[in-house]
Design a protein around this ligand. Structure first.
Ligand SMILES: *[C@@H]1O[C@H](CO)[C@@H](O)[C@H](O)[C@H]1NC(C)=O
Ligand SMILES: *[C@@H]1O[C@H](CO)[C@@H](O)[C@H](O)[C@H]1NC(C)=O
Ligand SMILES: *[C@@H]1O[C@H](CO)[C@@H](O)[C@H](O)[C@H]1NC(C)=O
Ligand SMILES: *[C@@H]1O[C@H](CO)[C@@H](O)[C@H](O)[C@H]1NC(C)=O
Ligand SMILES: *[C@@H]1O[C@H](CO)[C@@H](O)[C@H](O)[C@H]1NC(C)=O
Ligand SMILES: *[C@@H]1O[C@H](CO)[C@@H](O)[C@H](O)[C@H]1NC(C)=O
Ligand SMILES: *[C@@H]1O[C@H](CO)[C@@H](O)[C@H](O)[C@H]1NC(C)=O
Length: 327
């Protein structure tokens, strides 16, 4: 608690970031075809062109820490939503100019940054767009950015229908999620605000590397999915015990972390629900499937639905693509 107070004071006294390098990237017909909307930019040049259609929904991709527009998560999610381009505009919330900052600084600036993304999104609203058509999908720290965008919009009476979090980052956020668990929603007003249920009407989360230094290991959404237990994924090195887990980050952690967006992208590309999951008795990180034989089931990924019973879900995947057990 003391730490929280000190960090809060630090947060309110020394952050003064300007976010003039934030960009919303509107994709056209391919990954290399896009228009940037900058903080000083004018949305008129994008509105009603091949880059943005008012009548469509918008997938808002939010990359994670030390990532930018050229990261795998962006390419993968862009490719997936491109198969649904008749219903979705594809927009990237590009914070690449800030994603490599010192971790704590980045974290303390996150609310401010989300506010600036809302400023950019507001430009579409001014042109007549209904912000409720925006569907943020955030990866890693990007999941927390998505939560903040949702929560800021909610404060201005625009509750988004849905946010999806892909392996939300746990570093310094893990105990923040626990704080919420213990103190309720009030615990989530700190600079460490995590993505949490309530940030949108429906929040679904996929945990693939829930581990003390990587992914959040407590349930945060209306529904939380823990594929293969949610800690290590099958395609990755299984020998990730201490101390190997420290020096083999690529094989041990990044591989499992990234699996979240590969699974999700596979569901976006699918014509039907392809990651059926079983409800578990406990709503938390699941170490074994034993307690997950409840009769209720839900679909992980794109087909997750607000009609699903709230709670944590277990599922298994294949070791390699396609990850869906249907194949
Ligand atoms: C769009 O913004 C990115 C920074 O996010 C920049 O690297 C790129 O050059 C910009 N593209 C154009 C055409 O301005
Ligand atoms: C944006 O561009 C349009 C058309 O060129 C112009 O009418 C409008 O005033 C501009 N808006 C701003 C805020 O500069
Ligand atoms: C984007 O990220 C890649 C990989 O981390 C890096 O090599 C590249 O320089 C970054 N690009 C920009 C414009 O920051
Ligand atoms: C976005 O627009 C709303 C009004 O529609 C306004 O209340 C809010 O302050 C704006 N937010 C930002 C960050 O510009
Ligand atoms: C944006 O485009 C739509 C049609 O796609 C049009 O109805 C609306 O007036 C445009 N808004 C502005 C501010 O130009
Ligand atoms: C939000 O809605 C409530 C109730 O309809 C209203 O009292 C309040 O002024 C609205 N706030 C904003 C920022 O529009
Ligand atoms: C894991 O460790 C076992 C025994 O130490 C070894 O046989 C196996 O090849 C290792 N697997 C990988 C993927 O490194």
């Amino acid at each position: 608690m003391k730490l929280l107070i000190i960090l809060t004071i630090f947060a309110t006294s020394c952050y003064a970031a300007d976010f003039d390098k934030l960009v919303l990237r509107f994709f056209g017909t391919g990954y290399n075809d896009y228009k940037n909307l900058t903080m000083t930019g004018n949305f008129s040049a994008i509105n009603g062109t091949a880059y943005f259609d008012m009548t469509k929904l918008s997938a808002l991709i939010i990359h994670g820490r030390v990532e930018n527009y050229s990261s795998d998560v962006v390419k993968e999610l862009h490719g997936a939503f491109a198969t649904r381009s008749s219903t979705y505009n594809i927009i990237l919330a590009d914070w690449g100019a800030y994603s490599e900052e010192f971790y704590l600084k980045m974290m303390l600036n996150l609310n401010d940054m989300a506010d600036n993304f809302v400023f950019l999104l507001n430009k579409t609203k001014t042109a007549g767009y209904d912000l409720k058509k925006i569907y943020p999908v955030g990866f890693g720290v990007g999941a927390h950015v998505a939560g903040r965008i949702g929560s800021i919009l909610k404060d201005q009476n625009t509750t988004l229908p849905r946010i999806t979090g892909l392996d939300p980052t746990g570093v310094l956020y893990n105990w923040a999620a626990l704080t919420v668990k213990i103190f309720g929603a009030k615990g989530n007003k700190t600079p460490f605000k995590t993505l949490y249920k309530g940030d949108a009407s429906f929040v679904d989360v996929i945990h693939t590397n829930a581990f003390w230094y990587r992914g959040v290991d407590v349930a945060m959404g209306d529904v939380d999915f823990w594929p293969n237990g949610g800690v290590t994924q099958l395609k990755c090195d299984k020998n990730c015990t201490f101390p190997k887990v420290i020096y083999k980050v690529e094989d041990c952690s990044t591989c499992s972390h990234d699996a979240a967006f590969y699974y999700y992208a596979e569901s976006v590309r699918s014509f039907f629900p392809n990651f059926n999951s079983k409800l578990c008795k406990k709503n938390t990180l699941i170490k074994s499937s034993k307690s997950c034989k409840e009769s209720a089931s839900a679909n992980m990924g794109f087909f997750a639905s607000s009609t699903a019973t709230a709670g944590s879900y277990w599922l298994e995947t294949n070791k390699a693509w396609p990850y869906s057990k249907l194949f």
